[in-house]
Design a protein around this ligand. Structure first.
Ligand code: PLP
Length: 433
């Protein structure tokens, strides 16, 4: 197609049909600063989706930009065949923050690849390709990770190399246990897990779970669910993989990791991370107990995993996050934002539920008959965009708005974004009338 054709048409002509794009007229973003981004026409937006939870601290954070440009000026790439000071230092910091004793860290370039590595480790360690995963989950787009993704709208094939058993519990408000209080809900899900394991053929390798489901619509089970699961898993020798791709680095406010809301029975065996740590640079990784990480006998490398520029960015970004207590900011500003969104939701019929933790707020939308409304979500995104606010969407039916701004969000910005979102929701509600 001619270079003079609109970028949207050139994109459609050359990219896969299944590559998700937001908006009727997709946006081209050209630069960002702090919590704001600008499109090619110069219009400014408040970014309430932080890229896609990738801009963890802020757009164009000077500390990260400086680390990247200094490293880029020295050497762009070497590979894991050589020592790299930034990589070792970031691995040391991630290992000690992970809560996993005697931890080892392997860097990848994405969350998918991190989960893929975790699944390879767990299945090899246990000598089994049976995996437990949560209904409505999302773990990536590779052949193995779509095989443990419980949200079928993001899982294009059932021809997985893994045998997956799907467990109840990742979504509090759905399924046969929805009417139970938190304690009984946890008991019922753990009993269901035990029952399922009683029926499984032979060894099960691991449970993989997001502490708060991300693509699934920011749904969190009651605190303690995974502690109850862990107790069952340990009796069967099954490993626990916590997928912290969205929940890591303090975004949930109360804890650095989502698993810590379920900490009663100790840390997981494996933890995966990605998205925010590089503030937009491609870093993913898996942390595992030494005996699990070292169970592979063949040689391996990662050509681009842990490349020097990304590692320098990750170190600068993590240092900023910790020195500025952005987890505390996620708790404080995220708490205020959730409260404000709940108040807005109470006044609008289109809002079915507002939920979340820290700076992960989900706003589930329904039509006039109370059924899930993906159209309301699509319309809200369009109106918000017009009004200068970017948000995400997800959920099993695509009817949940996802709010996950950079973790430096100020109270004033939270209020500004909430006011815009209220207006966008009001207009979407009118569209449905
Ligand atoms: N795991 C979770 C929980 C995610 O939300 C995602 C991406 O959205 C992934 C894994 C896959 O990460 P990536 O898109 O970096 O491959």
């Amino acid at each position: 197609m001619s270079p003079a054709a609109p970028l949207r048409d050139r994109h459609r002509a050359v990219m896969p049909s299944w590559l998700a794009l937001y908006y009727d007229e997709p946006l081209e973003l050209t630069h960002g600063e702090g919590r704001h981004v600008w499109d090619a026409s110069g219009k400014r937006y408040l970014d309430f989706f932080g890229g896609i939870l990738t801009t963890m601290t802020a757009h164009a954070l000077p500390e990260v930009t400086k680390a990247v440009s200094e490293q880029a000026g020295r050497i762009l790439h070497t590979s894991t065949l050589y020592l790299d000071r930034h990589m070792v230092e970031l691995a040391e910091r991630v290992a000690s923050l992970s809560g996993i004793p005697d931890a080892r860290v392997f860097f990848t370039t994405s969350g998918t690849e991190a989960n893929d590595a975790a699944l390879l480790l767990a299945t090899t360690y246990r000598g089994s390709n049976q995996i437990l995963a949560m209904r409505n989950s999302y773990h990536g787009r590779s052949f193995s990770t779509v095989g443990v993704t419980g949200n079928t709208s993001w899982s294009p094939t059932s021809l997985s190399p893994l045998q997956t058993l799907y467990v109840h519990g990742g979504v509090r408000g759905r399924g046969p246990y929805a009417h139970l209080d938190d304690r009984r809900f946890i008991e019922a899900c753990a009993a269901d897990l035990e029952d399922m394991l009683g029926q499984a053929h032979g060894t099960v390798a691991a449970l993989i779970a997001e502490p708060v489901q991300g693509v699934g619509g920011f749904t969190a089970p009651p605190d303690g669910l995974y502690a109850a699961f862990r107790e069952v898993l340990e009796r069967h020798g099954i490993l626990w993989i916590t997928d912290e791709v969205q929940t890591g680095w303090g975004r949930t406010g109360d804890h650095l990791w989502g698993w810590q809301a379920h900490a009663a029975s100790g840390p997981p065996d494996l933890l995966t991370f990605a998205k925010g740590i590089g503030n937009g640079m491609s870093i993913g990784g898996v942390v595992a107990r030494a005996d699990v990480m070292n169970c592979l006998e063949a040689n391996s490398i990662s050509t681009f995993g842990g490349s020097p520029v990304t590692m320098a960015a990750g170190l600068a970004n993590l240092t900023y996050l910790i020195e500025h207590d952005l987890q505390g900011n996620a708790r404080r500003v995220g708490g205020l934002l959730l409260e404000r969104l709940r108040a807005i939701g109470a006044g609008l019929t289109v809002v079915h539920e507002v939920r979340g933790r820290g700076l992960m707020a989900g706003v589930e939308l329904a039509g006039r008959d109370g059924s899930p409304s993906p159209r309301a979500a699509a319309r809200t995104l369009e109106h918000a965009r017009e009004l200068g606010l970017l948000i995400g969407k997800g959920g099993r039916e695509g009817n949940t708005l996802r709010v996950a701004p950079p973790m430096t969000l100020t109270v004033a910005e939270a209020e500004e974004g909430a006011a815009i979102l209220e207006e966008a929701l009001r207009r979407a509600q009118q569209d449905l009338a």
